[in-house]
Design a protein around this ligand. Structure first.
Ligand code: SF4
Length: 479
């Protein structure tokens, strides 16, 4: 079980994704579109009030909750148990899957319907259920497209962002006997027909959890398609899976976080549906599952608790950081090799799966800070990326000895003004044989790894210190 999407390494992914012109155009359009909507919803929304004050409130709620996580998880599980539900705390993905497997076996279930859920991707739940012989169906449109095409999400909120309508039409024709056009309306009508039949046959419904409200014992799901309502009302058995950080103390806190989530994710005031489900065995209501299970996954999260990375667990998965990231814009979601992409993916993946697997990701950032500025709960993403880098270079990752030596040399050079000045003066002459039109595209030695992927700006003979000295004297830099 792993958050890894396949066995390729980061650089192979990047090479492959950089050649995918469609994907890169799709991402830049989607980023512009989603970011534009978010800006409109957070600056022009008079009734909402001051966006920065809402961010402060969101940050405060997340900080308070994570600092008292044991209390709120206990309260959540007691309230669910009191209402007739079952709660299972899973330390690992294997434990979570084993529990879900036992529930499905007890029900003799064959047909399972599911909502979109990052945490079930994280534990590879579909693979486990398929191995059991279950027919499992993703009911979110984007996830359904990926499921039938045997593909993985490339974005938290828009999982099939990397596919165009012609590709989807071809997949439908090949995999599910579709004979219509590539028009989104036609594709959607066809999908709805397939899903409706499956909803009626379902024995078990599986959902993720956007937020679980501790003081009432409620799982909430924020969606735009209505599929979560079907998954939680038609089958008699419901299993919800949540990362242990997804708890909120109260409905008032939920109000703040859902408001931040919807605006940050897609620029909506509120999503079309906010589905809230509690076990309610006593009152025997027709639309509550008669058998309710909540699986709360640690999965490596507790490694961040009480450390400098705890704030990464404040994340509400809105993807606002992904939508502004210049690196994601060029390499796309699959290049991260993790189900968690973009800046938060680069922070979270090494925490959950270790530096052995993900030590390149903290370096896949320009440290421009756009992600930190975009984050509705004020996670200092670029600072957490630097902390990862420090740890990796200090020895927790597999940094090569030559790289460490080079960084040490660079450190020594930049900490001595005279050595630095000499190096700056010598650089244009030393690199001249490799430079063309102001850049180096085939660098020597350590520069090679860089220039294999992109050009390196050739050192200029006009350096800042010289410019400043000339300017101060009233000289003209262009002379
Ligand atoms: S880190 Fe912040 S901006 Fe990124 S997905 Fe999480 S909450 Fe949203």
């Amino acid at each position: 079980m792993s958050i890894k999407i396949d066995d390729k390494n980061f650089y192979d992914h990047v090479d492959q994704e950089l050649k995918d012109t469609f994907m890169r155009n799709a991402i830049s359009n989607a980023q512009d579109n989603l970011r534009g909507k978010k800006i409109a919803a957070t600056t022009e929304d008079e009734p909402f009030g001051n966006w920065e004050e809402w961010r402060n409130a969101g940050e405060e709620i997340r900080r308070h909750t994570l600092e008292n996580l044991d209390y709120y998880l206990q309260q959540l599980s007691e309230n669910i148990a009191e209402r007739g539900g079952h709660v299972f705390f899973a330390a690992t993905a294997e434990e979570a899957n084993q529990y879900i497997k036992e529930v499905v076996e007890q029900k003799n279930a064959r047909n399972v319907v599911k909502t979109k859920s990052m945490v079930t991707e994280e534990i590879s739940l579909n693979e486990m259920l398929e191995d059991m012989g279950c027919d499992i169906l993703e009911t979110d449109l984007g996830e359904y497209i990926l499921q039938i095409d045997d593909d993985r999400p490339s974005h938290f909120v828009a999982p099939s962002l990397h596919k165009n309508k012609e590709q989807i039409r071809d997949t439908y024709r090949e995999k599910i006997a579709y004979d219509g056009t590539e028009k989104p309306e036609e594709l959607t009508v066809y999908t709805r027909k397939v899903l409706r039949e499956k909803f009626l046959q379902a024995d078990v419904g599986i959902t993720g959890c956007n937020f679980a409200v501790a003081d009432s014992g409620t799982v909430t799901l924020v969606t735009n398609e209505g599929n979560a309502n079907m998954v939680t009302t038609l089958p008699d058995t419901q299993i919800s899976v949540m990362g242990m950080e997804r708890v909120v103390p109260s409905w008032e806190d939920l109000d703040v976080l859902v408001s931040l989530l919807c605006r940050s994710a897609v620029g909506q005031h509120l999503s079309t549906y906010v589905t809230a489900v509690s076990p309610d065995v006593e009152s025997d209501t027709v639309d509550a599952p008669s058998d309710f299970h909540l699986v709360i996954l640690d999965g490596g999260r507790s490694r961040a608790l009480g450390t400098e990375f705890q704030e990464a667990l404040h994340c509400i998965r809105c993807a606002a950081c992904v939508n502004v990231c210049p690196v994601y814009r060029h390499i796309g979601g699959h290049a991260y090799g993790s189900i968690y992409q973009g800046p938060i993916g680069a922070v979270l993946s090494p925490i959950l799966a270790g530096y052995e697997e993900y030590q390149e990701l903290p370096f896949a950032s320009s440290l421009c800070g756009a992600c930190t500025e975009a984050c509705p709960v004020k996670i200092p993403l670029h600072e957490l990326l630097i902390r990862h880098r420090e740890r990796i270079v200090a020895g927790e990752g597999k940094t090569k000895a030559s790289e460490k030596l080079m960084m040490k040399g660079f450190g020594n050079m930049t900490s001595s003004a005279s050595v630095f000045q000499t190096a700056v003066k010598a650089a244009p002459t030393l690199t001249r044989p490799f430079a063309k039109d102001g850049s180096i595209s085939k660098g020597p030695g350590p520069l090679k790894a860089w220039t294999n992927k992109r050009d390196f700006p050739a050192p200029s003979k006009d350096n800042f210190r010289q410019w400043f000295a000339d300017h101060k004297r009233g000289g003209d830099i262009n002379e």
